[in-house]
Design a protein around this ligand. Structure first.
Ligand SMILES: [Zn+2]
Length: 49
């Protein structure tokens, strides 16, 4: 079993290793209705896991 914990942004559905990043992404997505590249560059491509 892979125990890696991922946190998803409920707004855009991207996954992050850090809860903080998911929170940041969620806050940004809600406010700006788009994604912040500075945040999404840390997102995880689930298919690549
Ligand atoms: Zn997001």
């Amino acid at each position: 079993m892979n125990k890696l914990k991922l946190y998803a942004c409920p707004e855009c559905g991207l996954y992050y290793k850090e809860k903080e990043l998911a929170k940041k992404c969620e806050a940004w997505c809600k406010e700006h209705n788009s994604c912040n590249l500075e945040i999404t560059k840390y997102s995880i491509n689930k298919k690549a896991l």
